[in-house]
Design a binder for this molecule. Structure first.
Ligand SMILES: Nc1ncnc2c1ncn2[C@@H]1O[C@H](COP(=O)(O)OP(=O)(O)OP(=O)(O)O)[C@@H](O)[C@H]1O
Length: 501
């Protein structure tokens, strides 16, 4: 369902650029590497061989030095975006930089230190606890772009050769077809999925990094929320993209050959397209101007995060012992600073809410036509009457469409307190694969997985329906044919270990 923008946000700080300078690592310390860069909280300077500053500093929203932690980066750069995402804005945080500069360390963590993703997830669930007036539904997906092919890091089966396809909604907006989205209920579940996906990511050792990422990854969290007991079923749908890019690299430094060299070519090519897109956007092009998003999968998927409807932060990771590569990262960062995004809160209406609205409008139109029919003699009235008739026809068509969709869809919300343990047991035993998603936010949700629901021979099994306040209208019981809940959601609940209810 297409999102509707509800309200506009201040776009002045919708695109932030920060620099993170990492400490020297063992390999560099061993070779007595020279420090080429120094910084304070807002600028970074190049140093000469004598350790003195060369030229002017480069200014950014924030520069983090080698002593500052990922928690510091999170608090100042990422946390405001997470809060906006919970309020209904799209958000993107991505780490950019040369190979071995600390992108994965910053986004994922390294096993000992947590990264931005775990901090973000922790905050999101904390936010839910503090907002009992809304109910939330979380889904996650994890994709990688390797050698210009998109694959699903959470899918059981590998994608066909060539990878997953990128498509466009009729109403605008890009999506990856057949990318699995997992319903999640707790931070631990999210992190399990993240770790599971990380294990499948393409990583290999090079001369520059023992564990060098050979692909770009996008870990996405989709959040739906609505007011508890809201009358018109308006749902905010936002997504958070957490992007760990592969690093730009030089074959002379990494020693890449064969497969590594091919990977390196694909990485550098897509980063070049990213730079070109950023350069074009930094020139503040007029609305509708051509931007080469389609030149790489990465820019296509991140289209909305670059110059679009998203609050975005770019964290440029740099190596203090690298002169030229760090200069080139700073050039990218400087260009990025001029980008202006235009974030809005995304609101969608459920099919039921749309149907209710359409019905109300039809009733109003019918009333108006009746009133007009009782009056005669004035041309203007007849013209108005014709206009109303046309409107009515349109509305009736809309209503028919909504009703058809609803026939194919069943969503059952259970607002009572459910004994989730007992329900899990029942769901496990139930051959018709009822799925449930309890404890997302303050509410329990119960739904059937329409795609795998098989109508029973002796009417519907109501073993789940002894849950208080939960009932299925009898005439609807046989209509489960695969329409998703809230747009694209396929509500199968799977645990990270692969178990599905
Ligand atoms: N801020 C930091 N503090 C301490 N160690 C760091 C920091 N940043 C990175 N490192 C270390 O530097 C090495 C390279 O980091 P990382 O793998 O995150 O780089 P990368 O930019 O993701 O590289 P690639 O593009 O090759 O995947 C790792 O050993 C990591 O632990």
């Amino acid at each position: 369902m297409p999102p509707r923008s509800r309200s506009s946000a201040d776009s002045s700080d919708a695109f932030k650029v920060a620099i993170r300078v990492r400490p020297l690592i063992a390999r560099e310390r061993k070779t007595g590497a020279q420090m080429f860069w120094s910084c304070d909280t807002k600028q970074i300077f190049q140093l000469g061989a004598d350790g003195k500053q060369l030229g002017l500093g480069h200014f950014f929203d924030r520069v983090f030095d080698h002593e500052e932690t990922t928690q510091d980066v999170y608090d100042e750069i990422a946390q405001p975006i997470i809060e906006s995402v919970m309020e209904g804005y799209n958000g993107t945080i991505f780490a950019y930089g040369q190979t071995s500069s600390g992108k994965t360390y910053t986004m994922m963590g390294d096993g000992k230190t947590e990264g931005i993703i775990p901090y973000a997830i922790d905050d999101m669930f904390h936010y839910i606890d503090q907002h009992p007036d809304r109910e939330y539904l979380f889904r996650v997906s994890f994709m990688e772009i390797y050698n210009e092919a998109v694959s699903d890091l959470l899918a059981v089966k590998d994608a066909k050769p060539g990878g997953l396809q990128i498509r466009e909604h009729l109403e605008g907006g890009v999506y990856v077809a057949n990318l699995e989205e997992k319903l999640v209920r707790s931070k631990d579940e999210v992190l399990e999925w993240m770790k599971k996906g990380e294990k499948r990511r393409h990583v290999a050792g090079t001369n520059m990094n023992e564990r060098s990422s050979r692909s770009h990854t996008i870990f996405r969290v989709i959040i739906e929320s609505r007011e508890q007991g809201a009358k018109d079923d308006a749902v905010n749908v936002s997504q958070l993209n957490l992007v760990d890019l592969a690093g730009s690299e030089r074959a002379s430094q990494t020693g890449a050959e064969g497969q590594r060299l091919k990977e390196s070519g694909a990485i550098n090519q897509s980063l070049l397209t990213l730079s070109n897109v950023i350069r074009k956007l930094s020139e503040c092009p007029p609305e509708g101007a051509y931007i080469a998003y389609r030149d790489s999968k990465l820019t296509r998927i991140l289209q909305m995060s670059l110059g679009g409807n998203s609050k975005t932060a770019v964290i440029c990771a740099v190596t203090p012992a690298e002169e030229e590569q760090t200069k080139s990262t700073l050039q990218f960062a400087t260009t990025s600073k001029s980008i202006k995004n235009k974030p809005v809160v995304n609101e969608v209406l459920s099919e039921m809410a749309m149907l209710n609205r359409a019905k109300k409008e039809i009733a109003n139109l019918q009333k108006k036509i009746k009133e007009m029919n009782s009056q005669t003699g004035f041309l203007t009235l007849e013209q108005d009457n014709e206009e109303l008739r046309q409107k009515l026809q349109e509305k009736e068509l809309l209503q028919q469409e909504q009703e058809k969709k609803l026939k194919n869809m069943e969503v059952f919300m259970c607002r009572s307190s459910i004994d989730t343990k007992a329900l899990t047991e029942k769901a496990k035993k139930n051959p018709r694969r009822a799925t449930w998603c309890p404890r997302v936010g303050q509410q329990n949700r119960l739904s059937f997985d329409p795609s795998s629901f098989k109508p029973p021979s002796q009417d519907v099994n109501l073993s789940l329906c002894d849950v208080p306040e939960f009932s299925i209208p009898r005439k609807r019981r046989k209509h489960f044919s695969g329409e998703p809940i809230f747009g694209e959601l396929d509500p199968v609940l799977e645990s990270p270990s692969g178990e599905s209810f």
